[in-house]
Design a protein around this ligand. Structure first.
Ligand code: HEM
Length: 521
């Protein structure tokens, strides 16, 4: 028999919205700091944040919103990508037509495709800028070494996602970009051939087959890139982003300069919160005699174990509001670009009609420039060493210094400026010398191929950058300054070679000051 006070069915119906809300959110509208922290704790999406955040992390000049901008782009790409999958056909006889359908027939298809394409380019730009901000503020230093390496994985995944997507429309751009990648994959054969065991051992063929799924670019390649682009790489990226965020929390939030009060620090504030953001200091009562503990991790005589009053503010609403703002700005940029500018789509891929010049997407054009000197060294050796070198930065520079300061102060700014000038001159010479005077093969026609492979402008440029940074380390006795010099050299070299590859290379990868000089114009 139902008890006297049991609610009736009608009561249940009336209480349904409130009970549904309570079942999901377990709290009302948070109006106090405590309730806001609870809201963050109890929400699976918000729990990725710590409940409180230091105001230094909220400043625009600390992060420039780049990390959150990357997350926003990744979400936009996932949503638009899933919508594109509804119509896209991963078959070489249909892929191109399905792209045309999406563009011209499917309602809103044009904008969705454009947004997807421009967001992917923006993500590449943002990931480079984010890496630069983390590097130049020395935010890779202890205890953030591992997160820097996770970031490097994300960097590679971002480029891989962008490139695999570029192939899917199966137009001329896609086909010939894939052919360039296949030539790079096959390039270890150059080395084995020049060493004289070309017949028996062809590692390049193995790599090429791994990339293309066959000896030629075709259906196997397309389905391989489709699966990578739509399943493997997004899943890996999602996992890596989750680890990246988790580590940010475990590493104590974002790096900030010494002297900025830390939650457990109690130093005088140097960069305090904006007045409106400042949270009232936590009131620490007289420590009671009782001993408090938290899951056997900390034990103390106060519920505020090991903590002095701090300067943090609740993540809700300060951090969430900033994140939402970045998200909306990124979204607006993508939609505006997608609405006004169409993503390129050339003619259907035609293996019999090579694009001349066949160019990779812009973010690989700097690489293509050094690949033009040697596919093996430029396309495999230098990029691999660069990625490994970048990943190991936190272990090569162990100088103890405060992270969170741009360029680590005036000496770092000077080292970066000098390196930028040097890198610019070196990169311009790297292009200008072979263009005007030729290279070893022109000067010594009988020279051994092995020398041609390893002694090329790309290798010399890389060596020059390394030597410059070693000189900086020797002169200043600072690995941080040497690191700043090397990193700056690579950034400037990347920008200049990308510019050359984009605007100054024409048919047969010859040098032209403008496209109007191309033969046939
Ligand atoms: C898909 C790519 C990435 C996403 C979504 C991402 C996201 C984020 C976010 C949201 C933050 C905190 C806010 C900010 O710094 O803007 C952050 C911090 C950080 N990221 Fe990334 N990141 C990515 C790639 C990278 C890369 C390429 C690196 C370096 C190689 C990197 C290294 C770091 C480090 C070390 C921090 C902590 C910085 C600090 O303590 O100040 N991340 N990342």
């Amino acid at each position: 028999m139902a008890s006297h006070s049991s609610p009736t069915f009608l009561d249940n119906l009336k209480a349904l919205p409130g009970n549904l809300w309570n079942a999901i959110f377990r709290h009302g509208r948070p109006t106090s700091d405590r309730a806001r922290s609870q809201a963050v704790f109890s929400n699976v999406f918000l729990h990725i944040h710590s409940a409180r955040v230091h105001p230094h992390s909220l400043r625009l000049a600390t992060t420039w919103g780049l990390g959150v901008g990357l997350v926003a782009q990744f979400i936009i790409l996932t949503v638009t990508g899933i919508l594109l999958m509804v119509y896209y056909m991963p078959a070489i006889g249909m892929a191109y037509d399905s792209m045309k359908d999406i563009h011209y027939v499917v309602p809103t298809g044009r904008v969705i495709r454009n947004v997807h394409r421009w967001a992917s380019h923006m993500m590449v730009v943002f990931v480079i800028l984010h890496m630069m901000r983390v590097f130049y503020t020395a935010s890779y230093k202890k205890p953030r070494e591992f997160n820097w390496m996770v970031g490097m994985i994300l960097f590679v995944l971002t480029l891989a996602l962008a490139f695999t997507g570029y192939i899917l429309p199966w137009d001329q751009l896609a086909y010939w970009a894939l052919t360039i990648a296949a030539n790079i994959a096959g390039s270890p054969n150059e080395l084995t051939a020049s060493l004289g065991f070309a017949e028996g051992f062809k590692p390049g063929d193995v790599l090429k087959e791994l990339l293309l799924g066959s000896s030629e670019a075709g259906q196997h390649s397309l389905i391989r890139f489709y699966t990578l682009h739509c399943v493997f790489l997004p899943v890996l990226t999602t996992i890596a982003v989750a680890v990246h965020f988790w580590r940010i929390r475990k590493d104590g939030g974002l790096a900030r300069p010494q002297g900025t009060p830390t939650p457990a620090g109690g130093h005088p504030p140097k960069v305090g919160p904006a007045p409106s953001m400042a949270a009232p200091a936590v009131q620490v009562e007289e420590a009671p005699r009782k001993t408090y503990g938290l899951m056997c991790v900390v034990r103390d005589r106060s519920p505020h174990t090991g903590k002095d009053p701090d300067e943090t503010v609740p993540s809700w609403p300060y951090l969430l509001r900033a994140e939402l703002l970045v998200f909306m700005v990124v979204m607006l940029m993508c939609v505006a670009l997608g609405y006004f500018f169409d993503a390129p789509l050339r003619e259907l891929a035609n293996p019999a009609l090579p694009e001349n010049p066949a160019k990779a997407p812009w973010y690989f054009l700097g690489l293509q420039e050094i690949v033009s000197y040697s596919a093996f060294v430029g396309g495999i050796v230098i990029p691999t060493l660069t990625i490994i070198g970048l990943g190991l930065i936190p272990f090569l520079d162990r100088e103890e210094e405060a992270p969170g300061i741009w360029f680590s102060g005036p000496r770092g700014r000077r080292a970066a400026a000098q390196a930028a000038v040097f890198a610019m001159i070196a990169a311009v010479l790297t292009v200008a010398i072979p263009v005007n005077f030729g290279w070893l093969r022109n000067w010594f026609p009988g020279i051994h191929q092995l020398v041609i492979i390893f002694v090329n402008p790309g290798t010399l440029l890389t060596a020059a950058y390394i030597v410059w940074s070693l000189v900086v380390i020797r002169r200043t006795r600072s690995t941080r300054l040497g690191g700043i010099a090397l990193f700056t050299c690579f950034v400037v070299g990347f920008v200049i070679l990308t510019y050359v590859g984009t605007y100054l290379r024409g048919p047969n990868w010859d040098f032209y000051w403008s496209t109007s000089q191309w033969p046939g114009h």
